[in-house]
Write a protein that binds this ligand. Structure first.
Ligand code: TYM
Length: 379
């Protein structure tokens, strides 16, 4: 089956094993998971245990640097839009967990420039305003204000411009064009942009670990080609699968089809309605058939959302899987259960988002790491 996975487009049913081969990454296997568990005193995040983070590069080297006391840092990012959906939270929730267990610095790039240059319809005012709104959602995930720096490219550019032009000088157009599919109609801003997404991998002279969706991988392949020639480490990655859209297991959630996603701002009634009406079911067409044949969990979106994100209890998810796949429970019940879980999650998220309004200055300018970053130029 044909599929496309690039930073700007995800289409079709994704074969993740094939992506590992195609992108030349490594599968996260049991021994590696055990190593993480040993280093974190037995703690493992659901997203790691259940394999939504499924692939990596150099994670073993990151763990080695951590054990040797050299340490490492985390970097991830977001191209701001009007509203974030549940899928966008995956890298942030997982990055926060890594920060908690390893006590490391986190850099979060908010690319108001990328979003502006990529979309003919968006004004710069809009993407800068969305940055603030999205940053509140990111802070609400619970990062440590002293160890986290959240920056917008249009603001922090002066400090990161020197390293960015060093990176840009190493990348030639034919390579970048082949990686991202640019053509003669691409504006020259977006052609330079990859240098700006690579720059934060060089914010420290330690190894950088990037938790992100696999769609962002092309940037890191370029980074790895040039980093050492600039005196930095090749960046390490830990890649996630996509949380499937509500409407079916193909592609990724999209802002242009609101029924495909649950937004962080959706109220409880909307959440329930979207799930009941649109969530793609692996259950059978009638209750009778469902009782007889059971559901196909591999395509059932409500089950997958519970499995990958919202049901952290291993015993419970196992029981749900068994009962649903053997027809003892019906699609409607799974959907109800997910709607309740999601609404509880969103209620808590929104209350932390309110508190984030008081914290935004710390993360952007005044926290310990933010202050340090504003006082230096990255070269
Ligand atoms: P953006 O804003 O498209 O996406 C932000 C992050 O969310 C991930 N993501 C998903 N993960 C799981 N399930 C989904 N359905 C889903 N949809 C999106 C993306 O993979 C990404 O990690 N160019 C970047 C912004 C950026 C960045 C970075 C991202 C700048 N520096 C460093 C990651 C790491 C962008 O457009 O992300």
């Amino acid at each position: 089956m044909s599929n496309t996975v690039t930073p700007w487009e995800v289409k079709g049913k994704i074969d993740y094993d094939k992506l590992i081969e195609q992108f030349g990454t490594q599968k996260i296997d049991e021994p590696l998971i055990k190593e993480i568990s040993d280093l974190t005193g037995g703690k493992l995040h659901t997203m790691l245990r259940r394999g939504i983070f499924f692939s990596h590069r150099d994670l073993n080297l990151i763990l080695k640097d951590y054990s040797d006391g050299k340490n490492f840092f985390l970097y991830t990012g977001r191209a701001p839009s009007l509203g974030m959906h549940i899928g966008h939270l995956i890298p942030f929730v997982f990055t926060k967990w890594l920060q908690d267990v390893f006590k490391v610095n986190v850099y979060i790039e908010v690319t108001d420039d990328e979003k502006f240059m990529r979309n003919p319809d968006y004004s710069l005012d809009q993407t800068m305003q969305w940055s603030i709104e999205n940053i509140l959602d990111i802070i609400a995930v619970g990062f440590d204000p002293d160890r986290t720096f959240i920056f917008q490219d249009t603001e922090y550019i002066k400090n990161m411009y020197p390293v960015s032009i060093k990176i840009a000088k190493k990348l030639n157009f034919s390579e970048v064009r082949a990686t991202f599919g640019f053509d003669n109609s691409s504006n020259i801003g977006i052609i330079f942009y990859p240098a700006l997404q690579i720059a934060p991998t060089m914010f420290e002279k330690r190894r950088c670990l990037i938790p992100a969706g696999i769609d962002q991988d092309p940037y890191w392949r370029l980074q790895r080609d040039i980093a050492e020639s600039l005196g930095y480490y090749k960046a390490a990655q830990i890649h996630s699968k996509f949380l499937p859209p509500l409407t079916g297991p193909e592609g990724k959630m999209s802002s242009s089809s609101p029924e495909s996603a649950i937004y962080l701002s959706d109220d409880p009634k909307t959440v329930r309605k979207k799930i009941m009406k649109y969530a793609f079911s692996g259950g059978q067409a009638t209750a009778e058939l469902q009782r007889k044949l059971g559901a196909d969990l591999s395509v059932d979106v409500p089950y997958q959302w519970l499995y990958y994100f919202f049901e952290e209890d291993d015993e419970k998810i196992k029981k749900i899987g068994e009962e649903y796949s053997t027809g003892r429970i019906l699609t409607g019940e799974i959907k109800e259960y997910l709607a309740d879980k999601l609404n509880k999650f969103l209620e808590e998220h929104r209350s932390r988002r309110e508190e984030a309004k008081e914290l935004i200055k710390e993360f952007k300018y005044e926290g310990k790491l933010a202050k340090e970053m504003w006082s230096k130029t990255i070269v």
